[in-house]
Design a protein around this ligand. Structure first.
Ligand SMILES: Cc1cc2nc3c(=O)[nH]c(=O)nc-3n(C[C@H](O)[C@H](O)[C@H](O)COP(=O)(O)O)c2cc1C
Length: 228
């Protein structure tokens, strides 16, 4: 499955089977985590066979069932952490989707006290994501339109709209889709710029990082530079 297909097929999954993540799938997943940590200066951790973070027995969190594996998005506690974990985390989540694994980003509905992760000095846990072989088929959701979340002149190249369409496939907290993409034509011979912004709100910078990863994949990173 190519990565654009993975984006189209991905839906949050909150119910998992007991099937462990192992063998080639585990190797590929950990290789992607290691690459993201090296590139992004992050400390993302995969926790396997640990059911307590999502509650057991009657102490369940949200709609989650059977969560035994999760990703802990840890990194330096600075202003860019949320954007970065969104961007690199989605890269891991789409790789997982290609490997046949389902997932769900989780900012609120988990037990932070029982979650197992390591923190080096100056680091923080931003949020987690459940991961594993999914049981329940996920339902389609409502989405904003390209015009709702972007601005571009009529003669903007086609890759811009393709990027925005891919950003609209990205998961966002409470499906809020608060990101905004703007096409900025180049003044000289340089590449055009794309400005991606968001509003204040819960998890909006994690959402923005996720949406930017989707945009880059579909628009082609070679076609533009990000505007400050
Ligand atoms: C940053 C972030 C935080 C999220 N936190 C939670 C959460 O705490 N609990 C939960 O059940 N879902 C959570 N979600 C999942 C969203 O509700 C879900 O992605 C959104 O409704 C869109 O649905 P989809 O992922 O199936 O496309 C979160 C998603 C993101 C991106």
């Amino acid at each position: 499955m190519d990565i654009l297909e993975a984006m189209t097929q991905r839906r949050s999954v909150r119910t998992y089977t007991d099937r462990p993540i192992e063998g080639e799938v585990l190797l590929s997943l950990t290789a992607e985590i290691d690459a993201c940590n090296a590139e992004g200066g992050l400390h993302i951790q995969l926790v396997l066979n640990e059911p307590e973070a999502f509650g057991t027995g009657i102490f369940k969190y949200g709609q989650f069932k059977g969560v035994r594996n999760y990703l802990c998005f840890v990194g330096p506690d600075d202003a860019s952490l949320d954007d970065k974990v969104g961007y690199y985390g989605e890269r891991i989540i789409l790789r997982a989707q290609q490997l046949g694994l389902s997932s769900c980003w989780v900012a609120l509905t988990f037990n932070k006290r029982r979650t197992r992760y390591e923190l080096a000095p100056g680091e923080k846990l931003a949020l987690v994501a459940s991961i594993g072989y999914g049981e329940a088929p996920s339902k389609p959701r409502r989405s904003k339109s390209i015009a709702d979340v972007s601005d571009a002149p009529a003669d903007a190249p086609g890759w811009f709209a393709q990027g925005v369409a891919a950003a609209l496939l990205a998961p966002t907290a409470i499906n809020q889709q608060k990101f905004w993409f703007e096409y900025v034509a180049s003044e000289g011979d340089g590449k055009p710029h794309v400005r991606a912004t968001t509003k204040r709100g819960t998890q909006t910078h994690v959402d923005l990082g996720i949406a930017k990863y989707h945009f880059e994949i579909a628009a082609g990173r070679e076609n533009f530079d990000w505007a400050e």
